[in-house]
Ligand binder design. Structure first.
Ligand SMILES: C[S@@+](CC[C@H](N)C(=O)[O-])C[C@H]1O[C@@H](n2cnc3c(N)ncnc32)[C@H](O)[C@@H]1O
Ligand SMILES: [Zn+2]
Length: 583
């Protein structure tokens, strides 16, 4: 590689600058600024919360120690107490025997953390150590080191020699803070993570395509209470293009519904949970985002053999009717409580008959997916607040604040969503506006929200028969042309609605952000905003013939139609990506 500086151009993102060689042999995609900005925002919040959890832990420990002392002084016999002070409890798999609350076992109580001498004998937190397992140019690691206050060491790995050379050059180029905090290693990330168990407070996986081969070692490398950040760009696989490939990589079958991008997030979460479970660990999702051409999840990892028993309660199969838009979830496990004890049992099933009760067609079955919440809304609020307090420090501020705003308004307990567009396509009717439809659902006594994944998607706890009744009532005042009687839409409309829908505008039919006209979806800032080829790979005629020239530039379009202009604009932005085209 040439060392003539004229062969390089300088790329600046946030506080970091990297040297990019004219031949561009090392991976860099500027569209991933959204991904990196979001990760920085989450990292900042993680550091704050970790500190708060640590302080809460110390308070509990002091109280618990005081109780033990009290009991000991009361003890007449003077024999050894049978209660252990909290300080003696290991922060690992043993610990949960005494306390199951995740907050009780954060990384903050690691035994390798030295006692500080601040006069009070308080155990202080070490700054968090971050592993950027797949670092390429090191841009992300450098941004973490230079921009995130309170961060500790950042270890950047790559198994590609040119990338590691570039990363080391970039570390030097970024001055003393970078040199003191970031270290780069030429190694296979899987081997490194396996040989560094529970060592990193944050592990960041940002691979080409699928992260599946890295998950098993990554879940082992995170400390208890630490965080795994993970990107997947193989959306064609995760969204049902090749169900069997998805099954082989992630252990779940995808379905090709309009909700496929959310299903992709839930498949990835289920997969991470399954790897974590192998080591008596489990995940708690903090934020799960579908953006641009990829998904990215932020999950905390804890160890607890007993909490792990709850995993089957957080996973479900999905039955998707092949005729209409109906879908139904079947939880894998259930619990029965009796005399203060809980029994874990397989879920009751099937939750659907052989034929759809709405249209008479059969069901495809997908999953298992993560069906518990995919975000922690308290975290989302904190991340948004942090973000807003330092707007200027995020090059992609507008985009990520829009995504986080939409996420903050999602119904947290409703997996997947309906597409109003699809409901109307099934019935061959004109579409009510989103506000009118939302009003009818709210007036019927149910909750409804949008989803960050699709501007036309609607999350609701209304059962499918209520949804179809609302649509039947709509069609009564907006008649459709007669269709063949065996069509799903004809079968649905042949039934009379069980109740009269009320389409009068409900106050909550607009979300707070919509009412305040806060941006929720933004268009791409420029053309060619999409995945990039693996470094060194050329776009071939195969890519172009497979996906069309636009897709190769990362701008495959889907057709959508809705009264909501912002939603329409964004719907056009929705795209899929070829698994061979990567982040
Ligand atoms: C998509 S790039 C990472 C981009 C980077 N995170 C960023 O934000 O700019 C993926 C990198 O992973 C590296 N890689 C792939 N397999 C690896 C492995 N088994 N161990 C370490 N690095 C690997 C590739 O060489 C490539 O540089
Ligand atoms: Zn059906």
């Amino acid at each position: 590689m040439s060392t003539d500086l004229n062969d390089f151009k300088i790329i600046k993102e946030g506080e970091a600058e990297i040297l990019m060689h004219a031949k561009n042999e090392v991976f860099y995609n500027k569209t991933q600024v959204n991904n990196r900005d979001l990760s920085i925002a989450v990292l900042r919040t993680f550091i704050e919360k970790r500190q708060l959890e640590h302080e809460a832990f110390l308070t509990r420990r002091t109280k618990s120690a005081e109780k033990v002392l009290e009991k000991n002084s009361e003890s007449v016999s003077g024999s050894a107490p049978n209660e252990m002070p909290m300080d003696d409890i290991e922060c690992n798999g043993e610990r949960e025997m005494l306390d199951e609350t995740p907050q009780e076992e954060p990384c903050s109580v690691r035994k390798d953390i030295p006692e500080s001498t601040n006069g009070k004998g308080k155990r202080e937190l070490k700054p968090p150590r971050v592993l950027e397992a797949l670092s390429a140019s090191g841009l992300r690691a450098l941004r973490y080191a230079r921009e995130v206050e309170g961060i500790g060491q950042v270890v950047a790995l790559d198994n590609d020699k040119a990338s590691v050379e570039a990363c080391r050059r970039n570390i030097k180029f970024n001055g003393s803070v970078a040199c003191s905090k970031v270290e780069s290693h030429l190694t296979d990330a899987r081997v490194f993570m396996l040989t560094h168990p529970k060592e990193f407070d944050v592990v960041d996986l940002d691979p080409y395509g699928s992260p599946s081969v890295f998950l098993d070692s990554a879940v082992q490398s995170v400390v208890d209470g630490g965080m795994l950040m993970c990107t997947a760009t193989d959306m064609a696989v995760l969204c049902g293009g090749n169900g069997e490939v998805c099954y082989s990589k992630y252990g779940s079958y995808p379905l090709r519904g309009k909700y496929c991008h959310e299903m992709a997030l839930r498949i990835l979460l289920a997969c991470i949970e399954s790897h974590a479970n192998r080591y008596k660990r489990y995940i708690v999702p903090v934020l799960s985002v579908q953006m641009d051409f990829y998904i990215r999840v932020f999950v905390r990892i804890y160890t607890s053999a007993s909490a792990m028993k709850n995993t089957p309660l957080k996973l479900s199969y999905v039955y998707q009717c092949i005729g209409c838009d109906s879908f139904h979830l079947q939880q894998i496990g259930r619990t029965v409580s009796k005399n203060n004890s809980v029994r874990y049992l397989p879920g009751f099933g099937p939750v659907v008959p052989q034929e759809c009760t709405d249209c008479g067609k059969k069901f495809n079955m997908g999953g298992p997916i993560w069906s518990a919440p995919i975000h922690d809304l308290e975290w989302v609020t904190s991340i948004l607040a942090d973000l807003k307090s330092m707007k200027d420090r995020y090059p992609a501020y507008d985009r990520i604040s829009a995504v986080l705003t939409t996420i903050s308004e999602e119904l947290p307990d409703i997996p997947l969503f309906l597409s109003l567009h699809n409901l109307c396509a099934t019935l061959k009717c004109t579409s009510p506006s989103a506000v009118v439809f939302r009003s009818a659902v709210i007036n019927a006594g149910y909750r409804i929200s949008g989803t960050h994944v699709n501007p036309l998607g609607l999350k609701t706890d209304a059962p499918m028969d209520v949804i179809w009744d609302i649509m039947r009532c709509w069609v009564k005042s907006h008649p459709v042309k007669e269709q063949p009687s065996d069509q799903p839409g004809s079968v649905i409309l042949a039934k009379e609605p069980a109740f009269q829908a009320n389409f009068a505008r409900a106050v909550a039919s607009l979300s707070k952000a919509q009412a305040k006209k806060v941006a929720r979806f933004l268009p791409n800032p420029e053309r060619h905003w999409g995945p990039k080829l693996r470094a060194g790979r050329q776009i071939t005629s195969k890519h172009i013939s497979l996906l069309g020239p636009e897709a190769v530039n990362g701008s495959l379009k889907h057709d959508h139609d809705d009264g909501d202009e912002e939603a329409q604009g964004e719907a056009k932005r929705q795209k899929t990506a070829d698994p061979t085209l990567v982040s």
